[in-house]
Structures are given as C-alpha cells and as structure tokens.
Write a protein that binds this ligand. Sequence first.
Ligand SMILES: Nc1nc2c(ncn2[C@@H]2O[C@H](COP(=O)(O)OP(=O)(O)OP(=O)(O)O)[C@@H](O)[C@H]2O)c(=O)[nH]1
Ligand SMILES: [Mg+2]
Length: 246
Amino acid sequence: MPLFQKAVFHTTVAQLRDLPIDSSSEVAFAGRSNAGKSSAINTLANHTRLAFVSKTPGRTQHLNYFSLDAGKYLVDLPGYGFAKAPEEIRSQWEGLLAPYLRYREPLVGLVLIMDSRHPLTELDLQMLAWFAQTGKPIHILLSKADKLTRQEQAVALREVQAALAKISENCTLQLFSSLKKTGVAEAEKVLGTWMGMALKDEAVPPAGLRTEKLARPKNRRAIGWSARTAKGASSSAKNKKPPVTN
Ligand SMILES: Nc1nc2c(ncn2[C@@H]2O[C@H](COP(=O)(O)OP(=O)(O)OP(=O)(O)O)[C@@H](O)[C@H]2O)c(=O)[nH]1
Ligand SMILES: [Mg+2]
C-alpha cells in the first residue's frame, strides 16, 4: 500500500495565522504553475481528485494541506510564473509564501516540481537558491516524464544534476510521471524518511535473518534515477532573489 494512501484534505490556508498548529512534520510542493504539483500529490496519495488539477495555470491559489497521519501533512503551494498583476504576486509572496517557506518550523523539506521538458527556468533557479538558504533538503521531481523518450529522460536527469551541483547542496532529484505513475516508490522513500514515516518494505527483520542488502541504512537517499548533488556549492545560494517575478 502506498505510504500516503490515507491522505485526506485538511484545510486551505490564505493567511499565516491559519497554519495548522498540530503539525509535527510537513513537506511542501512548489514549482511553476502547471508543472504538476497537485497531480503529483494525487499520484502519491493514489487518489485521482484529492488536490485540484487543471489545465489552466494558477489553479492552486492558497496553501492546501493534506493530512497523512497525526501531525503529518503534504502542502500544495500556489505555482509561480503565471501572469498575474505584479502587486498580487508581491503580496502573496511577501505576505504568505516567503515567510511560510523561510520560517515554518514543521516544514522538513521542499519538493520542487519542474516539467522535465523545461527544467531550471529562471524562477526555478531563484526558488532553489532562495530555499537552499534554509538549510532544509530539496527533492526535485522532473515531472511529465511520460512526454520524454527514455533517452531524453536520461539526458534531462544528467543535465539537471550537473546544473544543481553548482547551485545547491542537500538536493536530490528523480524523474516522475503522474500519468504513468512512475517514480512513486522513489519519491515515497525520500519523503517518508524526511517525515519519519516507516516504509513497509523496509521493516527490519529479526537480526538472525538479516542479509547485507536488507540491513542497509534506513535513511539512504534517493536511489535509482536519483542523484545527490555535490557538496560545497551553497555559497552561490546566498542573497538570491525570491521567485516573484517572471
Ligand atoms: N502528461 C502528463 N501530464 C501531467 C502530468 N502531471 C500533470 N499533468 C497535467 O498538467 C496540467 C497541470 O497539472 P497540475 O497538477 O494542476 O499542475 P500544478 O503545478 O498544480 O498547477 P498550479 O496549481 O496551476 O500551479 C494538468 O493538465 C495535468 O493533467 C504528468 O505526469 N504527465
Ligand atoms: Mg495546483
């Protein structure tokens, strides 16, 4: 059974004072409008209509909380890059998103969704550099991977990985498709580890039965398609502008 199968809609937050007070750990999903954030949450929850998905960019307007277990949440954020009035963008960013991402204590990490066909746009780079300053981990889903051939997927993964090595430490990435439901187990592993949720297939057997393979560290980072970027490049992340402009 998928790790987040019990997910249910909890609340919509338009103002900081309405943030849930019982949260012990939450993971936020950020990215450009239309990148597939809401779809990814639905796919991870194995649910077709938990988060609202739309072809129209800018559909998700506030912070939508989905409860997984007591005090554990996935948070669907409004996308960036969709044409809105500058004043509207600024007030949403300064009044809600920036303080949420920067100071929310139970926020254990950020999932950044980028369309695998157009990754690392200027706004994605700004978001990466800006969030990296919190010191919290970022896991990138290269979404809509079903739109690429295997070879194109490998190229996208390699190129983004190489670019990330220069931008941010503490960052993992993988391919993902909500349409084909690929990359789910890999994403679950990363998010489950961040949130302290036990993965069923990683239950530790009695000591006498352990094989070397099963006894591998539980907090291992993303595997398979994923890659951890090189350390030591975080200085470039300092003083970067937040992704409020297009
Ligand atoms: N082919 C394909 N289409 C996808 C995938 N994920 C999302 N989409 C489509 O992309 C569009 C946008 O998806 P959403 O999940 O609503 O995107 P979002 O990032 O939440 O968008 P905003 O809320 O506007 O910021 C919808 O038409 C989805 O059906 C995918 O893995 N493959
Ligand atoms: Mg959305």
